[in-house]
Design a protein around this ligand. Structure first.
Ligand SMILES: Cc1cc2nc3c(=O)[nH]c(=O)nc-3n(C[C@H](O)[C@H](O)[C@H](O)COP(=O)(O)OP(=O)(O)OC[C@H]3O[C@@H](n4cnc5c(N)ncnc54)[C@H](O)[C@@H]3O)c2cc1C
Length: 707
């Protein structure tokens, strides 16, 4: 048995929990090599480096397994025995006999047990911080002691006193918690004070979300989608110190699929395209995290950059900055507490959206890609497969490398690879992989892919309903519920059944760009005039195929959405508002016309400098806003302004000859010209008639015959 030594009221093992899903902890989680959770690492006393950590358990371990794994590792410390840790090895008869001579403790508790039992060691650790008592385990094979104390059952506990007497621990059940409870209540047993040195603690920070954003569950929110993309690309996928092999291929595949089917705002599309092009250019077998993170930074310049690391020559010419917002705001995916919903909800939503977009716009539909953004035309997983980046048959078996003919699986395979290689919740990834392995390869069309994901998501909902991870404010349902889609439900012989064609129709409408709302989304980094709004971006498919009329109708719809619909949670505020601070506080949607036109006069001045000559009137100012750089303010102004502006704009647009003739004459100007012209003509005609009549009268007067 170890010598007496000073008593240390500090615990033998200190537990620290780090939330690796929290972006703020990304660096520390990466330093410790955490790629999924839960992960438990054990650091022996005197460990110096993150790499010294020993991974001690698997995700399915119970709390008891964890305790046992910790104790086993503690015992293996050998030379580096932690100073605060009590001896955990079994006591011998000699050690027990001399204990009170060598120690000042009032009590010695002996737990008699079999060699595979952890009870003695657990009680010893439980009592470590209590003064005046020591606990030792004695094995059933220690015959002398077993005989001396008359032990007949294992485990059983005995208490020895300084005067040499002893008694059996009077507990109801021979178990750890009963022993510990009894020993802690003995007279003279006090708990030593120990305070862990901590820096600012967030432990009393409430987990409750301070205010719930208003969201409509029949809508999708761009804030959720962009938050998910930011988190998945920059946090989750960038957790490993480097990407290589199948993991790198899965990442490339994910980005390539997003480029093809994610109906993002122009700046996000540019971001994804830039990243995709950069990744295609990356031919090294390994991609270090630091390099990737650098490449994934936003670039707000309009001129498209190559990555700071490697030039990216084949990037499409873009007129938008390359920006994926970095803030995380959950709207439709917001939970009632911080640990509910959020990212996993966003990830499901993204992949549902991608399966629907692939079915609507995929290459086998011959319609190109959404949002007018054209992808490489190559199928992602197949391309990676053919490019030899995948690890051959192994990845094919796992479903990540699908053959070129397997287009229906394009998005599902991408999702399977993403979840398998990156999704932080390891248990979720295992469940999803099991579902995919069972039936994913039977999906025969892109429409079936939509249904496969929908039905398997419902399978997950059913499994999780009523469990710990369910947000009580957002119970898990078989989705879509009847109030969202009545026609999706039917009864067959008294049993509920899905009306699948109606489900497909519903999913196509729900996961469509037209159903994406901009509420709470970060404003566009650089306001862009006509095409700079997000919600509608992806609706078109090949944009040029649409009629102008349809486009105009859509534009009005989109403007309404960007402005905020009536009853929409938070309409965008106009950026030029009255200076009255009260109104500003309340965020009223009132535009100060003076500042508004002042803003546009500035634009006009710029325009004049650019050589366009135009007479400026207040009405013209409003009309100019259509293509002025301040177009964003225009879009945010309330409907009445927009209508006036649009009417005037329409007038000019529909009468090109007016523009040719007038170069800025207003309708009033033109009308006055016509009226003056008409009046002067009438005047001339009157004068002409007058003189003509007078001449005739003179000629026709009868002469008097001369006699
Ligand atoms: C691939 C994957 C596997 C997961 N596995 C597990 C697991 O094994 N254990 C675990 O505890 N958690 C798992 N999760 C997390 C879990 O499924 C939920 O995402 C999380 O609990 C948040 O739930 P939620 O209420 O926000 O709704 P979610 O289930 O995340 O759904 C998000 C949104 O999608 C819509 N939706 C719901 N059902 C469907 C459907 N069938 N089809 C289309 N749209 C639908 C709804 O609008 C809903 O708000 C997994 C997540 C993912 C992405």
């Amino acid at each position: 048995m170890a010598g007496p030594g000073p008593r240390h009221p500090r615990p033998a093992v200190i537990l620290a929990a780090i939330d690796c899903a929290d972006e703020d902890n990304q660096q520390v989680c990466s330093d410790f090599g955490i790629t999924g959770f839960p992960t438990m690492k054990f650091f022996r006393a005197f460990s110096k480096k993150p790499e010294d950590g020993i991974r001690i358990t698997n995700p399915s371990a119970t709390v008891e397994d964890l305790r046992h794994a910790i104790i086993t590792n503690l015992e293996q410390s050998q030379d580096a025995w932690p100073p605060a840790c009590p001896p955990l090895e079994p006591a011998s008869a000699e050690e027990v006999r001399t204990f009170f001579q060598r120690n000042k403790d009032q009590y010695l508790a002996l737990i008699f047990e079999k060699s595979n039992s952890f009870v003695g060691r657990e009680v010893a650790l439980d009592m470590l911080q209590y003064e005046n008592i020591a606990v030792r385990r004695v094995l059933s094979s220690e015959e002398e002691l077993v005989e001396k104390f008359g032990v007949t059952s294992f485990p059983s506990g005995y208490l020895l006193f300084r005067n040499g007497s002893f008694s059996r621990l009077p507990v109801h059940i021979e178990a750890r918690s009963f022993y510990t409870y009894y020993l802690r209540t003995l007279t003279g047993i006090t708990r030593g004070s120990y305070k862990l040195n901590t820096t600012a603690s967030s432990s009393n920070e409430t987990d409750r979300v301070s205010h719930l954003l208003r969201a409509d569950r029949s809508k999708l929110y761009m804030a959720d989608l962009e938050s998910t993309l930011h988190y998945s690309l920059r946090v989750e996928a960038a957790r490993a110190s480097s990407l290589s092999g199948a993991q790198l291929a899965a990442f490339k595949c994910y980005v390539a699929t997003l480029v093809k089917y994610f109906p993002g705002r122009p700046c996000v599309q540019t971001y994804l395209q830039t990243l995709d092009a950069w990744l295609r250019n990356w031919t090294e077998p390994e991609l270090p995290r630091t390099v990737l993170k650098e490449a994934m930074k936003n670039n707000r310049d309009l001129a498209l950059p190559a990555s700071p690391v490697t030039p990216c020559p084949s990037v499409h010419q873009a007129s938008h900055p390359s920006v994926l917002p970095t803030n995380v705001t959950w709207v439709g995916c917001q939970g009632s507490e911080r640990h509910f919903r959020g990212y996993p909800c966003g990830l499901w939503t993204i992949f549902h959206l991608l399966t629907v977009q692939a079915a609507q716009n995929g290459p086998d539909k011959g319609t190109g890609v959404p949002g007018g953004i054209r992808g490489s035309g190559r199928e992602c997983p197949a391309e990676l497969w053919l490019g030899g980046s995948f690890h051959g048959a192994q990845e094919t078996e796992l479903g990540c490398g699908v053959a070129a003919s397997a287009l229906p699986l394009e998005v599902l395979s991408t999702m399977r690879c993403y979840v398998r290689h990156f999704f932080g919740c390891q248990e979720c990834a295992e469940h999803f992989e099991a579902m995919a392995a069972k039936s994913m390869d039977r999906v025969a069309s892109r429409e079936e892919a939509i249904l496969w994901l929908w039905s398997h998501h419902n399978e997950v909902n059913a499994r999780l309903a009523g469990g710990d991870t369910e947000d009580p404010k957002f119970p898990k349902l078989q989705w879509p519920p009847p109030d969202l889609c009545p026609q999706c439900h039917k009864e067959e012989r008294g049993v509920h059944a899905w009306e699948e064609p109606a489900v497909v129709t519903f999913l196509k409408a729900h996961f469509s760009p037209a159903n994406i709302y901009m509420d709470y989304a970060e404003p566009d980094p650089i306001p862009v005039a006509r095409e700079g709004t997000g919600a509608r971006m992806g609706t078109e498919g090949p944009r040029e195929e649409r009629g102008r009329g349809e486009e105009e109708e859509k534009e009005t719809e989109e403007e309404t959405r960007v402005l905020g619909r009536p009853g929409s949670p938070e309409p965008r505020r106009p950026s030029i508002v009255r200076l009255n601070p009260k109104l500003r506080e309340r965020g009223e949607d009132i535009v100060d016309l003076d500042s508004f036109s002042e803003q546009h006069f500035k634009n006009q001045a710029l325009r004049a400098a650019a050589g366009r000559r135009r007479r400026i009137s207040k009405r013209d100012t409003i009309a100019l806003a259509r293509d002025a750089p301040a177009g964003r303010e225009r879009r945010r102004a309330p409907g009445v302004l927009l209508r006036e502006e649009e009417d005037v704009g329409e007038g000019l647009r529909r009468s090109p000859w007016l523009r040719v003739l007038g170069l800025g004459f207003s309708r009033l100007d033109i009308s006055l010209c016509v009226a003056l012209y008409f009046l002067s003509s009438m005047c001339l005609l009157g004068m002409y008639t007058f003189f003509r009549l007078r001449t005739r009268a003179r000629k026709g007067r009868p002469g008097f015959p001369m006699a």
